[in-house]
Design a protein around this ligand. Structure first.
Ligand SMILES: [Mn+2]
Length: 354
């Protein structure tokens, strides 16, 4: 009973935020849309979805994602117009929509945004954030965040529904791409029955499931593949507790950076390419599907003396957030995380934290 009341209050909250966002976007003279740096499918697709909505409203719209790769996601209608750097001035826009970024730093233009935010609202753009990552800091003028959703594109679907925005075939392709990317074709425990129902609605609207899911499978870069390989190599399984775990050491991260052609960043000790990505969550999500595993933990060396752990389960009766909270972290029943002080060490008996 209590849960229902809370949920409906929450939904009302989202409804009014969706309405404010729609009003701001519709009233924009010049709109800027951006996704996170080194964009994945959800980021590119979300930028597509919002830009296509703006286009259908005859708004002037620019879009960028820093370090966007040239040929990736070209099957989405607006991708060709998303540029890979930002060379204009934020002050030229009256509304800026930030998508799938988690932390402000993932926009790649954190300093520029912070400068704008110092000005009074009347003298700068209005910032709207749509995201499904846990909150790092509150900064946007309008923050629409729901960490319970599989993808930012799932949030945008709800935005379209709520504001009666027509979902064209191109927009449907975008929404489906975001969902398929962030659930790894429905393999991760962030997939809900609602996620699958949205995906099927997108197919009814003409979204190309076969094409998109095949393209996503073939769209993995070397860094990603290498990191997955190392996580699988280090994977151990405790059959007594049904507990699977893996680790990624600093050396592992460096190996993946090298394989991915990021030697230059590596030399500077800059691991942001990996640390500011969704890769760890993706890997932990996948590992939670191991047969017989009630829960899985992925521990990574974030920096010297600093470890981060991700916990996932696809078991209906297991709540990994209890363990996360015990370790000083937090999250949801199916996906949570924590931080530890320490370094990973390989011993004869296995991995240790020292
Ligand atoms: Mn995402």
């Amino acid at each position: 009973m209590r849960k229902t009341t809370l949920n409906s209050a929450k939904n009302m909250d989202f409804e009014s935020k969706f309405q404010s966002a729609a009003l701001k976007i519709k009233g924009a003279k010049k709109l800027l849309v951006l996704g996170h740096l080194n964009p994945d499918g959800d980021a590119i697709a979300a930028v597509n979805v919002v830009s296509l909505i703006a286009q259908s409203l005859n708004l002037s719209v620019d879009a960028f994602c820093i370090n966007k790769k040239d040929d990736a996601y070209d099957f989405l209608a607006f991708t060709g117009r998303i540029v890979s750097d930002f060379s204009s001035r934020l002050a030229d826009y009256d509304v800026v929509v930030v998508l799938d970024c988690g932390a402000l730093s993932r926009t790649g233009i954190e300093e520029l945004i912070k400068e704008e935010l110092k000005k009074p609202l009347s003298a700068r753009p209005f910032f709207i954030e749509f995201d499904h990552h846990p909150q790092v800091q509150a900064w946007a003028d309008l923050e629409i965040r729901n960490p319970e959703l599989s993808a930012t594109c799932e949030l945008l679907y709800r935005f379209c529904k709520s504001q009666k925005i027509k979902i064209s075939r191109d927009i449907a392709d975008g929404i489906l791409t975001g969902i398929l990317t962030d659930t790894n074709n429905f393999l991760y425990p962030n997939t809900s029955s609602e996620t699958i129902s949205i995906a099927s609605q997108m197919m009814e609207l003409g979204a190309r499931f076969g094409k998109i899911s095949a393209l996503l499978k073939n769209n993995q870069d070397l860094l990603t593949m290498k990191l997955w390989g190392l996580a699988l190599e280090n994977l151990r399984f405790n059959s007594r507790y049904g507990f699977a775990f893996s680790v990624l050491t600093r050396a592992d991260l460096a190996t993946a950076m090298m394989a991915g052609g990021h030697a230059e960043a590596l030399e500077k000790g800059d691991f942001s390419q990996i640390l500011h990505s969704d890769l760890f969550g993706d890997i932990a999500g996948f590992l939670s599907n191991i047969s017989g595993a009630k829960a899985v933990m992925l521990l990574r060396q974030e920096g010297p003396g600093k470890l981060k752990g991700g916990l996932r389960t696809s078991h209906p009766e297991v709540d990994v957030s209890l363990l996360a909270r015990h370790l000083g972290g937090g999250g949801h029943a199916k996906a949570s995380g924590f931080e530890l002080v320490g370094d990973l060490e390989k011993t004869e008996e296995g991995w240790r934290v020292r």
